[in-house]
Design a protein around this ligand. Structure first.
Ligand SMILES: [Zn+2]
Length: 237
């Protein structure tokens, strides 16, 4: 069996989304990529979580051809692949319909960066895609969803690393999240839900709540990410 440890990690990331309450029914999926092999491991479609095993994960190449597995891959596979093809820094993708983040997606509103919890993970407002056009929905819907995320993300990043903005809301749908690994993508999905809930509550309390000052936003993002990061323990210490 190919990629046994990545199969384990992707299964675990999918189970983590369920444990965190981010995925109910079948509204979600996570995947991971081996860049060395150019192969993606993703959750199978329509298998109960309590019966899912590493061997059930489906392995495809970056064009979606099944390399190993007897089950059908998650129907959102083309969206995941579009992200992996566009950004080589991405090692894992997680998609959920978690309630608060999905509420922002359905409202068609980016999540403003109102506090340091947000800025620790997302370097600015979390963007939302434009609505897909009818032709984009009729044909290659999941691939076009991926293209919409990639276009929106490139616009929001303005040259920054895609891991500086590890989520995009798909208008009328829900969030897609990513990270350096499948585990990290699942973690981001959890933090995103918390940040979405906080932003919602803040705006209910004060509809004029202002975005964080640029200096504070940058301080919080950069102390956890990038060359000058100092938050937490140094590797090996
Ligand atoms: Zn979905």
């Amino acid at each position: 069996m190919k990629l046994p440890s990545l199969r384990e990690e992707v299964l675990e990331a999918n189970l983590e989304l369920v444990r965190r309450g981010l995925v109910i029914d079948t509204f979600g999926n996570a995947s991971g990529i081996s860049r060395n092999e150019g192969l993606v491991v993703i959750k199978p479609s329509g298998v109960a979580y309590d019966r899912m095993r590493p061997a059930d994960m489906v392995i495809t190449d970056l064009e979606g051809r099944i390399i190993e597995g007897t089950l059908r891959p998650s129907s959102d596979l083309p969206t995941h692949l579009a992200l992996y093809r566009a950004f080589e820094q991405i090692g894992g993708v997680a998609h959920t319909h978690s309630r608060s983040a999905t509420a922002w997606a359905q409202a068609g509103r980016p999540i403003p960066c109102l506090g340091t919890t947000h800025a620790d993970y997302f370097h600015g407002p979390i963007p939302v895609t434009p609505s897909l056009r009818p032709a984009e929905i009729t044909t290659d819907y999941e691939l076009n969803t991926g293209h919409a995320i990639v276009r929106t993300l490139k616009g929001a990043l303005a040259g920054k690393d895609p891991l500086a903005m590890p989520a995009v809301l798909v208008a009328g749908h829900a969030p897609f999240c990513w990270g350096s690994s499948a585990a990290r993508a699942a973690h981001i999905a959890w933090i995103l839900e918390e940040v979405a809930q906080m932003a919602y509550a803040s705006l209910v309390i004060n509809s004029n709540a202002a975005p964080l000052a640029d200096e504070l936003r940058d301080k919080h993002f950069q102390r956890k990410h990038g060359p000058a990061a100092y938050y937490g323990q140094k590797a090996g210490s």
